[in-house]
Design a protein around this ligand. Structure first.
Ligand code: PGA
Length: 249
């Protein structure tokens, strides 16, 4: 059985005081769904967030990591550092990392390997640009992004992988893929994984949708059979909105 997951990607928002304030609000919320709940504060606040949520049902995850185990990489953070502050899951391949920090499929494959070697679960993001969709290339783009970064992995590795389809044109824009567009792509992703591996593995991998998920549209998107949850940006910065999404299953 695959898990339902709602993960809040805080991006470069919230200093320490704001992080603590939002966590206080999150702790007041009541979960009525079975979804696993995760939040991804910025690196500097991971440890405080982990400590503050030690006894709660919210996992603290990271937004990124470097592939090397250590060394002369000024400004970077490795898998061991994340684990040492209680982080066991990392978001990799977010479109903002791809667009602003030149993260390529090859680089992402290295990061994926490093995370898995350290027993860190990955939420692996990918998505097409608006031009790709308009040009009807979106299925090819998605297939390429998945194959290039993930298809060297063993079947066993996939137990630590969650996929997140995030069409770039829907991120932070207020425009969402329609529930039908999300379902169509998620079904395609599952088929692509099944063709490379097998049906059991493909059925067990959670595939999240990301891109302007809000309390008002989450229920319809999550009701689609191949959508197993969401990666939430803007709406994750407000505890009530975030939990309205968590409880939208
Ligand atoms: P958004 O961001 O919900 O603000 O569109 C989603 C994401 O980037 O993961």
């Amino acid at each position: 059985m695959r898990s339902q997951i709602v993960a809040g990607n805080w991006k470069m928002n919230n200093d320490l005081a704001q992080t603590e304030a939002l966590i206080t609000e999150l702790k007041k919320q009541v979960k009525t769904s079975d979804a696993e709940v995760m939040i991804a504060p910025t690196f500097t606040n991971l440890y405080n967030a982990f400590e503050a949520l030690r006894l709660d049902d919210i996992e603290v995850i990271a937004q990124n990591m470097h592939y090397a185990s250590n060394g002369a990489y000024t400004g970077e953070i490795n898998a061991g550092m994340l684990k040492s502050v209680g982080v066991n899951t990392v978001i990799l391949g977010h479109s903002e990392r791809r667009a602003y920090f030149n993260e390529t499929d090859d680089l992402l494959a290295k990061k994926v390997n490093a995370a898995l070697e350290n027993d860190i679960r990955i939420i692996f993001c990918f998505g097409e640009e608006l031009d790709d969709r308009k040009g009807d290339r979106h299925f090819d783009i998605i297939e390429g992004q998945i194959k290039n970064a993930l298809f060297h992995l063993s079947e066993a590795n996939w137990t630590n992988l969650v996929l997140a389809y995030e069409p770039v044109w829907a991120i932070g824009t207020g425009e969402t893929a329609s529930p039908e567009q999300a379902q169509e792509m998620h079904a395609f992703i599952r088929e692509t994984v099944e063709e490379k591996y097998n049906r059991g593995l493909a059925q067990n991998v959670s595939i999240l949708y990301g891109g302007s998920v809000k309390p008002g549209n989450a229920k319809e998107i999550f009701s689609k059979p191949d959508v197993d949850g969401g990666l939430i940006g803007g709406a994750a910065l407000d505890a009530e909105n975030f939990y309205a999404i968590v409880n939208a299953f």
